[in-house]
Design a protein. Sequence first.
Length: 650
Amino acid sequence: MDEKEAKERSKEQNDQLFSKIEEMLPKEAEFVKAEFEGPDIVIYLKNAKAVYQDDAIVRGIASSIKKKLIIRSDESHLMEAEKAKELIKSLIPEEAVVASIKFMPRFSEVYIEALKPGLVIGKGGTTLKNISMQTGWCPKVLRTPTMTSDTIAGVRQLLFNEEDFRKKFLTNVGKDINRALTKSEWLKATALGGYREVGRSSLLLETPNSKVIIDCGLSPEPAVRGADANTDVNKAFPYLDSANLSINELNAVIITHAHMDHMGFIPYLFKYGYDGPVYCTPPTRDLAALLLKDYVKLVIRSGGTPLYEEKDVRKMLMHMITRDYNEVTNITDEMKLTYHNAGHILGSGTVHLHVGEGMYNIVHTGDLKYGFTRLLDPANTKYPRIDVLFTESTYGGNGDVSPNRHDAERTLMETIKRTITAGGKVLIPLFAVGRSQELQLVLESYLANDGPYKLDVPVFLDGMILEASAIHTAYPEYLKENVRNRILNNRSPFESEIFEVIKGERAEMVEKGPAIILASGGMMNGGASVDYLRMLGDDPKNSIIFVGYNSAGSLGRRVQNGLKEAVLPDGDGHLAPLKINMNVHTVEGFSGHSDRRQLVNFVENIRPKPKTIYTMHGEEQKCEDLARALGRMMHVDARAPMNLDSIRLK
Ligand SMILES: [Zn+2]
Ligand SMILES: [Zn+2]
């Protein structure tokens, strides 16, 4: 079939689909047109009320065509914006605390941002229904974070400003998704990065008709030092060029979660001409905005050249299509994507991909926590179908069993108490997203409540932690029930009075008495934690406590292994000596990754049982250990592919 023929066939097929929808709608709804908008179908009606009155109509059509339907009023039947705004205000109770009401005429949508979205929605959605019935505008509700977040405000504003672009972009994506294709005969996976290593995660999936990648990350070290630094740049990013892949052939990029080793290379794709969709959950989009902009700043500050600029990050944000957990989404004519909770960080998802009509099913864990944390529920183990499982292996080695959380918390608090009572300061370097919030929950629980670890000591937050926590308060529904409830009831643990925020007066704070400092820069490749190490390292009364992953070769790993002296670039790009006489502790059990036991339990409990397992995201030995153990235990083919391995899945 040549291209012209294919286009004609697609048009014919889609016209048929649209007329089928028109036929199923009640006559009095007065159908105007139907069009694709990203993965969804939008129907414009002159009299949308006729459909809003009866939810069963839309549900019936959607299940018959197996696609999500969005009903909107035709432009000519929208109430004038100022008038609609007044009416909407009168329909929403004051206690909802509405922050803004903004209209997107290209989408016939009105965005209502409020502190209490539940009150905007109304019981069973009644208030929203009233708004659409009376104004014709389709209401969308956004939650105001309980802590101010510049990132969220910025992302939301960008999407408003780029309304015209978004409409055009989504229409094009919709056309690409709904091409009429001949049935694909094969499916192939190619490991582009993050296999037998941690960093630059990327997996390419190909059929004769489509190409998508899951994750596209940077390796931790060169990423921070800048692409032109004297490091092994070849190890910095995925092997996209070696896979004979031209960026323009990609149909979609799927992100599992907002850590740099999973999405840090994506703005580079946009810099070099990618203009397709990037799928992720809503919190992943906002966290990615925060981390990517910080990466660009950090590299420039340390005298390097970042791989891309802030404008490329903005381009990426404009191309993002967000989906919540459990929403089934067509991302190409033959691939359906569904995210499920991965338990690793806010918004992290395992990826379920259904390829062809029943041809093949893939589950990709991204990073996974199948165990207790205070912030998130453990990873989901129930899937509709699974042929192959790609599982992370960070702590998949034979000996990688970490202590249980209860013991880990006691060890941590004991270590803190000892340092504080001896008059020292405690430095805890953390990934701003994930471990920081988990540690905030732990410290808040022990320090503020009666018990052996109730200490009257300030906990200082520095670096990006505050902003990352603020983003958490905009997505309580993604968090564990009791954290969610506290945020909803205005008692957010992240805003507890034990926390104090450092803004520029680091040296001053260091002069004062005992304190606990949570500083971003988890592996100490840069960030606030390195500055504190420089200020606190020399004093043997102080302690540094590692609670998260340090990659091989990172400063964090070197300190952990007993580094006593080093020369490091300071904030102004000059080299300065560093002395480490402080106590160095590692407390295990707080990881956002599953330990060996949890990985094994996850695979044992996952339903249905996968036929094949591939390990990834772990140092070589750990990937191999885990594959061997899972193969033996599950009686399935289990292997640890290498980067650049191509595997025919079907
Ligand atoms: Zn991660
Ligand atoms: Zn990772």
